[in-house]
Every structure is written in structure tokens, then in C-alpha cells.
Design a protein around this ligand. Sequence first.
Ligand SMILES: Nc1ncnc2c1ncn2[C@@H]1O[C@H](COP(=O)(O)OP(=O)(O)OP(=O)(O)O)[C@@H](O)[C@H]1O
Length: 649
Amino acid sequence: MAEITSKMQSLSVNDKPSGGENGSGAINPGGKYIPPHRSRNVDSGDSSAGSFNGGNGYRRGGGSGYGNGGFNRGYDNGGFNRGGYGGGYGNGGGYGNGGYNRGGYGRDRGDRGAFGGSSTHKRGNRGRFVDGKHIAGAKDERLELELFGTADDSKFQSTGINFDNYDDIPVEASGNEVPEPINTFDTPPLEALLVENITLARYTRPTPVQKYSVPIVAAGRDLMACAQTGSGKTGGFLFPILSQSYINGPAPLPERANAGYSRKAYPTSLILAPTRELVSQIFDEARKFAYRSWVRPCVVYGGADITTQLKQIDQGCDLLVATPGRLVDLLERGRISLANIRYLVLDEADRMLDMGFEPQIRRIVEGEDMPSVEDRQTLMFSATFPRDIQMLARDFLKDYIFLSVGRVGSTSENITQHIEYVEDEDKKSVLLDILSSGDQGLILIFVETKRMADNLCDFLLSQDFAATSIHGDRTQRERERALDTFRSGRAPIMVATAVAARGLDIPNVKHVINYDLPTDIDDYVHRIGRTGRAGNVGVATAFFNRGNRGVARELQDILKEANQEVPAFLETISRESSFGRGGRGGSRGGSSRTANTRDFRRGGGAGGGYSNGGGHYDRNGGYGGGSGYGNSYGNGGGYGNADSNNSWW
Ligand SMILES: Nc1ncnc2c1ncn2[C@@H]1O[C@H](COP(=O)(O)OP(=O)(O)OP(=O)(O)O)[C@@H](O)[C@H]1O
């Protein structure tokens, strides 16, 4: 600290940077900061570095000083400023004294708490199922406004100019006797109240995945559905299970249910998803479409007060949205029975396996009182379906229909993808260039580690950008607050680890930046899918350098599939790395990670049989390691620990 202070004092605006410690930015005689990637001749064969905005200067005047993160925690924690010695030496920018105020944004979380407003379930607006008939509850205008907003409310996603283009995406449905898709919401088999709620949500037409899923579930079939990010998969499972629930009513309680002191809930539908944010979001959607119905949705996830969750469950729980770890906890406490489950949904199942949830999932599905695969309907949804998850399907699904909207694991053409060659030490300055280039709506920046998320967020704050961060080490409250400030635009930049990669539906995310590329190409697909949703357009930029050559080939394939420009350096590096790895084995075509086949049951596919994919994906000592299907599970990760945050993200 003393050393830094003395360095700061000894520097003037015209000083050369001291190098090393501040990321090697340079300051020209006029006091203008020259970012390192400009002041150096880039010779890595990339023509793209620094090409973002035609050379905007930094509007923050002077500031280099990045690279000395680690200061300034406590952003978005409501007003106090721990600026410390902040960033700053080597610049004339004057932010080094804690002068920027990180409070401000980060309040007004309101009272959604763990369960969202529970007013949905006031007696009056709750529906009933009497004598085989669904009787809708009374209307509640205030609640309607809360659930559905108004057409011009930016908090709610509206469809974009390319919404109709979803109809042009080729759909493949394989399996026995695939039912005909519906084309509109007002045709059977959708139940009348659900159609009313869909209208309140201002959905005018079903997306392809919804067109198929509704009749498939109505026909009593199981489903594995793979559709691009942002194309309405949540409705794809909520619509059919709610509609069928409204038509069929609740399952009768088992005879011994709630005998004596037992206070168990007997949900009819169970939706499992990997992260707290995702289950909360699914729950919010379920509240909309369950409005005025007999179905009462509940949500449970780790990291939040279990007593509050139990109280909510006690008030009724017909559709339960849960992370696997917390659900196991509740099962152990004897507060939930799965004996009445008719519909089981696994959303983002591949991520749940990545996170080490497989033991919990197997316990929930096979080791408790859930009806067997023959006596329930099981649905699996994701935008990517690696082969191992298709294998899991063999145990959980029966005679299912495999639905793929577009190619499995492909990205939406609504997202314009840029891959820029950026060396690690240049990333910050290139990022500043992008962020300085104008109003771009919300910007989501992905990094690989929690530490990096903190560092980068601190750095951006030090540069006067209103940023927040989300990662697995932040408390649930902090994570919710971060999401809220981001959603509302009070902090229009969010630095995130993979916790925010899947499923999150945040309107107005215009740009996703992969500051660090993931090592798994499926993660890339999900990350960039936070933009370009519901027919809206978006931009995704990835910083690529030789350290990312492991994904070069797959990235190139993805760009081609989505009709995106493939930079020359990517082709070169991808050729080099394919050569180094002995041909196409590690590529998307032959990878065991992402299924190239549409329906695994059809066998073979471009990559050959499952066991010869090469380089089985491995994370957390997960299910990797083996060739061959037989030993691909059986991961480490210790039973019961997956709700904790042992991971790096
Ligand atoms: N039929 C529809 N009409 C209009 N908007 C829709 C329709 N279905 C879904 N949406 C909207 O599209 C957005 C994306 O939907 P959703 O979150 O279900 O996508 P997803 O396919 O699950 O994406 P991801 O793969 O990222 O999880 C949401 O804001 C949702 O409200």
C-alpha cells in the first residue's frame, strides 16, 4: 500500500507508465492513455485486434491504472464506499480516491424474496377443481399487472423483428407416432384458462418447440427437446403440463397422506433446474401461467432460508420448481412426497450433470417414492444435448420423442457473432474500447473464475462504469441484487461466471462478451444465448487467443452453422490444433461432448459410436475419463454437495 501510494505520488500525467503492475498501458505526451494493444504491433496473424470502434479515445481521460484490482469490494451493497486507494496510479484520471460511488444501484430489491410475491395464491384468485371441472379464480387487476406488466414495460421481454423466422427453422421429431404439431394457441388441446393467461402474456403464436411439445405431452408421451436459446423452451414445458393439469385436476392424495403430524406436500409436477436464478425465473413464469388456476407453484433452492421455503410449501405446493440439492434436503426432512408426480421436467439437464448433481437427480427420480417411468411423464429440455445426457434419458424416459429445432447445439442466427483476436494482457483495454463505444443496452461479460469476476467488476467500477457481478461465491441476496440492478439497467454491465450462462431471460441484453472463452463449446452456445432472444437481435463478441485453441474447431463449426463470418486466424489456429490432435477427433464432428446426431437412438452419426468420440469432457472430476458409455457416470463430487459452491464459478 505504502509502495503504491509513493508510486502514485511520484507519477505525473506525463510520466511513462511504470510497466508491469498496471497492465502496461502507455500515456502519450498529451496525457492521453494509449491502450497496450494499440501501442504494440500485433503480429499474431490477426487483423482484428483493436478493430472495435475505430479508435475511440477513452472518455475517462487519462486512466490507465487497471490491473491493480483487488480493491473495492462491496459494490452494489447500498451506498457505502470502500474505495480505498483505488486503481489509479499511472494516470491523471482522479478516480483513485474512492470518488466514484458504488452505492446507489443495488437497492430496491423489493420483497420478492425467495418466493416472489405470494399474492397469486390469495384465496380469491385461486382456482378450484370441482366435480371434474376446472373453475378459475376471480380476476385480480393488481396481480395481473404484477405478473404480466404492460406492453411497453421494458422489464418484460417483447418479441423481436425476427420472431416469425423461428418458423423457418427445420424441426425434426423422431420416435414412434409423433403427434401433429399445433399452429395456434387457441386450438385444442390447450385448456381455456391457460389460453387466457397466454394472451395476457401477449404471446400471439407458439414457437416451434411449443407447437410440438403441447400435443406430445397431451398424448401422454415423454419428450426430449432441444431448441435454440431464447426460443421458448420454458413455455414448451409449462404450457403442456399446466394445460393437462387444468384438464385432469389434482391427483388424489395417497391414503396415508398427512396422517398424524405429517405435513407433507404432494406436488403433481416437478421441475428440476441447475441454478437458483433459473429456478426462480421458471417459478415466475409458472406464476403467470398458473394465474387463477388450481395449481399453486412453489420454488426451493439452496442458499436461501429453508424455514421460509417450508412455510410456503405448507400453504400448498402443486408444481414444484427446485434445484436438486435443496429438494433432497426437503425429502430427507419428510416435507415433500413425490408419490403424486405426474410430470417430471429436467431443464438444462446437461448442466446439472456438469455440476455434479447426478447422484441427487438419481436419488430423486429413482430412490424416493416417485412413480416409475411408466407411470409418469418425463420431459427433458436444453439447447445442447451431449451424448451422456441422452444416455441418462435411457433410464428416465420411455418411448420418448426426440425433438430438435434446428441443429442440436446450434446458435440462433439472431445473434451476430464476432471473434476477436485479443491477447490476455490486452483484454481490459479492448473491453474498455467496446464499452466506450456507445449506448448498447445491457452488456453481459463472461469470465471463467469468481476471482476474475470480482477483479474485472472492480476494474470497471474504477473506470466509472456502473457494473455489478454475479458468481457462486456471492450470497444469494447479493446475487439477486446483482441481477436486479442489471435487469433494471441501474448497472447496465454485469460480469458473470457460468452461473449466469444458462436459461436466464433478461430483456434488453444487447451484447454478450466472452472475455474468457469457456473450454466447453456448449457453454459458449448457452452464454451467447443470453442475447438475441424471442426473435430480438443481439451481438456476441469473444476474445480469442491461442490459449483457446482447444475450442477453435468447434467455434468455427458453430459460426459456419449460424452463417457467421469466420475470421482467418480462427481457421488457421483450428487447422493447427486439429493437426496437433491427430485429425478431426476432437472436433465437434467427432466430439463425445456434443451430440452431432439428432437423436442418439439412431446410433452412429458423424462422430461414430459413442465410445470413440475422443477427449470426453471433464469438469470437476466429473463424468469424464472414460471411453465408452459404461463408465461415463459414477462421478466424484460427493453426494449432497452440489448445491454448495465448490466450483470455480
Ligand atoms: N410464444 C411466444 N411468443 C412470444 N414470446 C415468447 C413465446 N414463448 C416464449 N416467449 C418469450 O421468449 C423469451 C425466451 O423464452 P425462454 O426463456 O423460454 O427461452 P429458452 O428457449 O428456455 O432459452 P434458454 O435456452 O436460454 O433457456 C422469454 O422472454 C419468453 O417470455
